[in-house]
Every structure is written in structure tokens, then in C-alpha cells.
Ligand binder design. Sequence first.
Ligand code: PGA
Length: 245
Amino acid sequence: MFIAGNWKMNGTIEQARTLARQLANQLPTGAPTTALFPPAPHLSAVLAEVAESPIFVGGQDCSPHVQGAHTGDISAGMLADIGARGVIIGHSERRTNHGETDAEIHAKVSAAMRTGIGVILCVGETREQREAGEAEAVVRAQLAAGLPDPLSGNAVTVAYEPVWAIGTGKVATRDDISTMHRMIRAWLRAHQPPLAETFILYGGSVKAANADDVFAADEVGGALVGGASLKADDFLGIITAAMNA
Ligand code: PGA
């Protein structure tokens, strides 16, 4: 299992330090792989707090470019340089708020892989797409367009995050998660053999109270957690649920 906390654009540097310190101190022995994705200005503080723990740290986005005149952007190489070991790419908030296309996401995944940091590629349908019966086709298209082909290396994790479940408190049903995760697994085996056995995370309103149910769904290899990753007890509750799954 792999549990990732996406802190999004929240908190002060002092809050980031405190949360990272609590998690580093309280992470149970035998916890699944645990990663934190703080806002970029908090990366070095969080890295320092978790340095003695198995927790690893990543960025929430990266540029498709190596360097140059790209004001406000952060390259994958800069993330690696500061000690980040992964990056979230293609989160629906970036697809929506920044108009990120599958082609840009593909370029970002390629840039991150060239740098050698791990990738969490986010895919997921909107409510309208689900109601139109297009959910699986949308996710397949996002996988096909977002992943370099052929993929060299295997450091990509896929996160299925139905857009309508993110930050809404509406978690997908266990059946819906199972159906989508089985489809993603079959697609990866057929089209990206290096990723045939990679973790497939579920994301969207995962909390300690519903984590058991999420982890009981087929082919769920962990969770990408937003809101519930901002409090140590809530996040540790999800980690404990993963250990018992
Ligand atoms: P949420 O966010 O857990 O707050 O729904 C998940 C995500 O956006 O990764």
C-alpha cells in the first residue's frame, strides 16, 4: 500500500513543520509507504522534519521544461535537487484551474521521469461524464494520453480520483471503485507492462471513517488524501486502516 497526503495550498510554514513532525514521530512501525506533498515553499521545512523517518516528500506539480523563462514554474530537476522524491501530475484541480491538457501532462510525466523522481498520475471523470456513461472511456483516454509510450522505468503510480468526489465528502461506492480500478489494472497490463503491478490509488474524500471500505475495493493499492491529510490523527487513521486492510 501507498498512502499520499496532498496538502494543496494550505497552511503556514509553522503548521507544515508541526504536522510533518507529528507524522514522523507517530508513524507506526510497519506503516505502508507514506508520502507528503506540501506546497512548494514548505518543501524544505517538511523535508528537514521527516529526514529521520521513512516518510518521503514530493511536489504537487512540475514544469514540462528543464529550465528557462517560465515564470512561476518549478522544474522536476529543482524538486529532485531539494530532496523531493516524487511529484503529483495531472491533478484535476490543475486540469480545471490551469487548463492543463493531456499533452502537457504527458510532457510533465516525461520530464519527471527523466529526472528520476516518482510520479503520481491523476485521472478521473467529472460528474457529467459519469452520468453520460463515459467514466471508463475518459479514464482510459487520460491514461493513454498522459503516459509516455513506451515507458522507460516503472516509477509511476496511478491515482483514480473522480472529480465529483474530491473535497465534496462524496466518496465513490466500493463497487464503482472496484470496477474502475480493475479496468485501470487491465489497461496497464495491456498497454504499459512496466506498470502492470504498480499501485493504483483511490482519491476523493478518503477519511479514517471510510478508509476500510475504500481499501476493501478491488485493486486499490492505497489512497491520495487531501483534506484528511491536514490533521495528523486523521491521516494516521487512514495509515492504520491501510495496515489492517
Ligand atoms: P480530498 O482531496 O481528499 O480532500 O477529497 C483528494 C485530492 O484532491 O487528492
